[in-house]
Design a protein around this ligand. Structure first.
Ligand SMILES: [Zn+2]
Length: 417
């Protein structure tokens, strides 16, 4: 979406040397919805879902209601678990795959006329849903019981997860999902992947694979030291411990654009049969050369689903080097550790506490966000959340703070065990 683009503009305008940690995951995510006004011509739940999410200027044209409340009300009276796909606990990390066919098409979008309905058992603790249809903009609207509708979209794969704040813990009931995809996909097959967890976790652990790509200028010892600092950021707030599940060094281009086929193909590679391990790719730099420190595959990513274009985060070494004396560059360990933790945070479902314009997408309540929007940009030093791990850009001070609710979201991603 705009995270990345806005951040880049900020840097270009002021040449201030601020290093971004942007999340590209939702890049172009509004495309399937922005090109059309589904409410003018698409009857049914997708219309209402989009209207409710404020993406239509005139929700009243939605055929299921006369305003947002009607729309939502009508939607909920239709909630039914008849012919639902039943999610049942299946080991530590429960994974379900549903194949479906795009049945309808309108205004350049394909969709299903009927929702895919999941029946969630009382054992459910957390879940993640990913819609995939190859190399194409994909999205979905979804709702559980009385919870309000959500829209998620993404490049190639769209993922949503519960809980994403204190109030959204999944519970027994009916989950309805309306997938959407850009383009003419009529009668073609797509996939819905559900990852769920059915047990409480007391000492949360996050498995990661570290993958060093090509000539990335960093040693195994340096990265091991950095990961200890990354782990400390989470553990000091009772977040997940980091377990290094796999260590890989692969051939490949280490200077790549931050979006497009090359980075998608990198993230699509599979490295181990540990489905819960998050891949952390270490490259030399992004070709844009704008100081971008790292990029997550999603907020959240399709965790538990291997080999998608959003499976993993990519971190650049070059912007983490500082020139101590002429020609001598040193790795800034704590900055790199924070970047890895920040991108892991995105991948596990955390939004920025504040964006550069002072706005926030985060639904987390227990933290202060920055009210300096009128300045046109918010910098870490002038914001109350400037030291939070999920602040939009790096600052002079370490960014290693997390609120209890942020940690709750981290610890509840289905891949945490
Ligand atoms: Zn970020």
């Amino acid at each position: 979406m705009y995270y990345f683009i806005v951040a880049m503009i900020f840097c270009l305008l002021c040449s201030c040397g601020h290093e971004e940690r942007s999340s590209l995951s939702l890049s172009s995510s509004s495309i399937p919805f922005a090109f059309v006004d589904p409410c003018t011509s698409m009857p049914g739940p997708n219309c209402c879902a989009l209207a409710f999410n404020g993406l239509c200027e005139e929700p009243s044209v939605c055929s299921l209601g006369t305003d947002e409340d009607d729309c939502r009300g009508t939607f909920h009276t239709e909630l039914s678990c008849v012919e639902a796909y039943v999610i049942e606990e299946d080991g530590d990390l429960t994974r379900d795959l549903i194949s479906f066919t795009w049945s309808d098409q309108l205004n350049g979008m394909s969709y299903t006329s009927e929702p895919i309905v999941l029946k969630l058992p009382s054992s459910i603790q957390s879940l993640s849903i990913s819609v995939m249809d190859g190399e194409i903009e994909t999205g979905m609207n979804w709702a559980l019981n009385d919870e309000s509708l959500k829209t998620m979209s993404g490049s190639n794969v769209a993922t949503g997860a519960l809980p994403h704040h204190y109030e959204s813990t999944p519970e027994e009931g009916c989950l309805q999902i309306w997938p959407l995809v850009e383009g003419d996909r009529l009668e073609r097959e797509a996939r819905l992947l559900i990852t769920s967890r059915h047990h409480e976790v007391t000492d949360p652990i996050l498995d990661v694979n570290v993958i060093v790509v090509g000539e990335a200028d960093v040693t195994e010892d340096e990265l091991a030291e950095v990961l200890v600092v990354t782990a400390n950021i989470f553990e000091s707030h009772r977040g997940p411990s980091i377990n290094l599940s796999g260590w890989f060094k692969i051939d490949g281009e280490s200077l790549i654009p931050s979006e497009g086929n090359e980075i998608n193909q990198l993230r699509q590679q599979e490295f181990s049969d540990n489905a819960r391990a998050l891949n952390v790719f270490i490259i030399d730099d992004f070709t844009e050369g704008d100081g971008t420190l790292g990029i997550a595959g999603g907020v959240p990513g399709p965790n538990g689903v291997e080999a998608t274009s959003a499976s993993g985060l990519v971190v650049a070494i070059e912007p983490h080097l500082s020139e101590e004396e002429e020609g001598v560059f040193e790795l800034q360990y704590s900055l790199l550790a924070s970047t890895i933790a920040h991108e892991l945070g995105h991948q596990l479902g955390l939004e920025h506490t504040t964006e550069d314009d002072g706005s926030t997408q985060s639904s987390i309540d227990d933290l202060e966000s920055c009210a300096y929007a009128e300045l046109g940009s918010s910098e870490a030093e002038e914001c109350p959340d400037g030291r939070n791990l999920m602040f939009w850009t790096s600052g002079d001070e370490p960014q290693d703070q997390l609120s209890a609710e942020q940690v709750f979201v981290l610890n509840h991603n289905p891949i945490i065990y």
